[in-house]
Ligand binder design. Structure first.
Ligand SMILES: *[C@@H]1O[C@H](CO)[C@@H](O)[C@H](O)[C@H]1NC(C)=O
Ligand SMILES: *[C@@H]1O[C@H](CO)[C@@H](O)[C@H](O)[C@H]1NC(C)=O
Ligand SMILES: *[C@@H]1O[C@H](CO)[C@@H](O)[C@H](O)[C@H]1NC(C)=O
Ligand SMILES: *[C@@H]1O[C@H](CO)[C@@H](O)[C@H](O)[C@H]1NC(C)=O
Length: 598
């Protein structure tokens, strides 16, 4: 009937052009609306004729996924118990595993039904059941911005992620799993259910390997998304086959990871001994450790030599903590010879790299080459690396960080970690993956921090004190009092201070020049400034000239001071006379140290 109305409308229009009224337009619109509604409902209900036969290929979700969506809609959020009748899709054949021995054993199925897979000859597939996390459970519950890490109140706690009863699966020899993948939906990587399935698989694998002391365990993971590299090392992926990612996972590494809290809702590293107010005694701290392996502190300098002084002071700080790890500095061609010699004299082993461009960055922007940090993953002669930014001052021994798996870092804001200090595990496969994703992943700040936070969404929280950010976000005297107390105390309680804003070596030593720049004042702390200069003053005198000021930088400092005076900032740092000798020292023409300010 509806098309009749349409035809009628045309005839009417011919007869009475002048009377073509709004009412008719509305009618036509309603008709079309009705038509599309019918199609819409048909698609939504997906009656069998859309499903059957060859049509199966066009169905977007697997049966298990569709089925579970319905289960959620029922509001229980619990994995179905499996008695329900499932429609039949072609069964997935579990891939064979490499190596000589046949995989003639019991296979634990995670998020996969027994009727969905075809086991090989002699294989027996057994479902591993667990309660699915509720839809209300969001990533930010696992990665809160702030936790009570100093245990002023109850101390931090994590929400529970349901796990299977592992005692029922003691006999499992290998694991096959379907990993949820909501890509390219926004936020697909921060999916709690996806993490849950990964953790179930990892825990089964670790338990299986512990049983007979074997170091390896075989996994077959079905997903159109790459399995989380935070859990399954890219190195250990041996093959892709028909939608499956096949792994031979080494259990030592996996064990380190399942020993971590489920999110940054708890510290990876306890700060206080249990039930005491004393700082934790790290010598008692034990997490499974492989036999002695090569480890290093590493920093990266690229695109300009503005951070050379920072890197010298950084080496100074690290060496003074008595570490026996290597110090490695990656640099590109922007560091001239005399400065390279100074860096080596400061204790760095230098390695030249080719810097890496962010294909999404604007040409000649200040962070165009910030992806150079990816080269850290190419240091495969080291099992673990603690990366430290050159604008960090290390005050206490950080060797305990080598106990932690990739990716361990301190919180920045929201669910994001700060990339100023990171524990990473070099790997050519991870490096290749980072390079491959350069074009696809959008970094929220155009820098490496934004990028790495999209790749390593599951990270482990180190205490704030490991990488204490020099900023004051609340603009209260309470915050200033607390933080300045920590920045200044000697012997230090902070492990490292991260100098955000204008760097101390680009200011006069008299005060923190962040005070004089309107949008940098949140980073200003004279106490932290003095702490950095103490480190400077114990540097070898032959290295101190590498912290000089260029004529241009002196002009900028003067300019900022005048603007601060005009603005009349109430802290009145602009009134202070400068006694810093560097004000009158000329830099040698070959050593224009600071070309730009960041
Ligand atoms: C990683 O790649 C480099 C060369 O690209 C090679 O020299 C090194 O041995 C590789 N490391 C491992 C562990 O395979
Ligand atoms: C890019 O690198 C420079 C130099 O290391 C640093 O000052 C800047 O903060 C970085 N930018 C971002 C957005 O990470
Ligand atoms: C910080 O507080 C002072 C007064 O306590 C106020 O004058 C100033 O505008 C505040 N700054 C910001 C950035 O909110
Ligand atoms: C800075 O120096 C001038 C002259 O040398 C002096 O009059 C003034 O009091 C000094 N200001 C401060 C804050 O010390």
């Amino acid at each position: 009937g509806s098309f009749g109305v349409c035809g009628g409308a045309e005839r009417e229009e011919k007869k009475m052009k002048a009377l073509a009224s709004k009412a008719q337009v509305i009618k036509i619109n309603l008709v079309f609306l009705g038509f599309f509604l019918v199609i819409y409902v048909a698609l939504l209900l997906q009656p069998p004729f859309l499903y059957d036969g060859a049509g199966a290929a066009t169905v977007r979700c697997s049966l298990r996924d569709c089925h579970m969506k319905k289960a959620e809609e029922d509001g229980n959020g619990v994995m179905p118990k499996g008695e329900e009748k499932r429609r039949t899709l072609p069964k997935k054949t579990i891939p064979s595993f490499p190596g000589k021995q046949r995989w003639n054993a019991r296979i634990g199925l995670v998020n996969l039904g027994e009727d969905e897979v075809k086991a090989g000859a002699g294989q027996r597939a057994v479902e591993v059941r667990f309660d699915r996390v509720s839809e209300q459970f969001e990533w930010k519950h696992l990665f809160p911005e702030w936790i009570d890490e100093e245990e002023d109140n109850e101390g931090p706690s994590c929400p529970e992620i349901p796990m299977p009863d592992f005692s029922e699966h003691e006999e499992v020899d290998a694991v096959a799993a379907r990993l949820p993948c909501r890509y390219p939906e926004a936020g697909w990587a921060r999916d709690v259910f996806r993490l849950q399935v990964h953790l179930v698989v990892a825990n089964l694998a670790v338990r299986r390997a512990k049983r007979d002391g074997r170091g390896q365990v075989r996994l077959a993971l079905l997903s159109s998304c790459r399995p989380m590299i935070e859990i399954f090392r890219s190195e250990e992926m041996v093959r892709r086959e028909d939608g499956w990612w096949v792994y031979e996972a080494s259990v030592g590494r996996l064990e380190e990871k399942v020993a971590m809290p489920v999110g940054s809702c708890k510290l990876a590293l306890p700060l206080w001994g249990e039930g005491t107010n004393d700082e934790f005694d790290y010598s008692k701290f034990s997490i499974p450790m492989a036999p002695p392996r090569k480890e290093a502190y590493v920093t990266v300098l690229h695109s300009s030599d503005a951070y050379v002084c920072g890197a010298i002071a950084l080496a100074q700080g690290i060496i003074r903590t008595g570490t026996r790890r290597d110090l490695v500095l990656l640099h590109d061609k922007s560091i001239p010879d005399p400065k390279r010699r100074a860096l080596a004299a400061a204790g760095w082993q230098l390695r030249k790299i080719k810097r890496i461009r962010n294909p999404r960055a604007q040409k000649n922007s200040y962070n165009e080459y910030n992806y150079s940090k990816f080269r850290l993953w190419q240091l495969t002669d080291y099992a673990k690396v603690v990366f430290v930014d050159a604008d960090v001052a290390v005050l206490r021994n950080l060797d305990l960080l080598f106990h932690f798996p990739e990716m361990s870092a301190t919180g920045n804001d929201g669910v994001i970690f700060n990339s100023g200090i990171m524990v990473i595990e070099p790997s050519n496969a991870t490096f290749a993956m980072l390079m491959e994703k350069r074009g696809e992943i959008v970094s929220y700040n155009g820098g490496d921090q934004g990028f790495l936070n999209e790749v390593f969404v599951w990270w482990h929280r180190l205490p704030r004190r490991v990488n204490f950010l020099k900023n004051f976000w609340s603009n209260t005297s309470a915050e200033a009092h607390l933080k300045n107390g920590l920045f200044g105390v000697d012997p230090p309680v902070l492990y490292a201070i991260h100098y955000l804003g204008l760097k101390p070596w680009l200011c006069y030593r008299d005060y923190d020049c962040n005070w004089n720049v309107a949008d940098q004042r949140v980073y200003a702390s004279d106490v932290a400034h003095r702490t950095w200069w103490r480190l400077h003053d114990v540097m070898d005198p032959s290295l101190q000239p590498f912290c000089g000021l260029s004529e241009q930088r002196k002009t900028e400092l003067d300019w900022d001071r005048q603007k601060a005076e005009l603005a009349g900032f109430p802290d009145a740092h602009w009134k202070l006379n400068i006694s810093d000798r560097r004000r009158h020292e000329k830099q040698t023409p070959h050593d224009p140290l600071t070309r730009s300010r960041r």
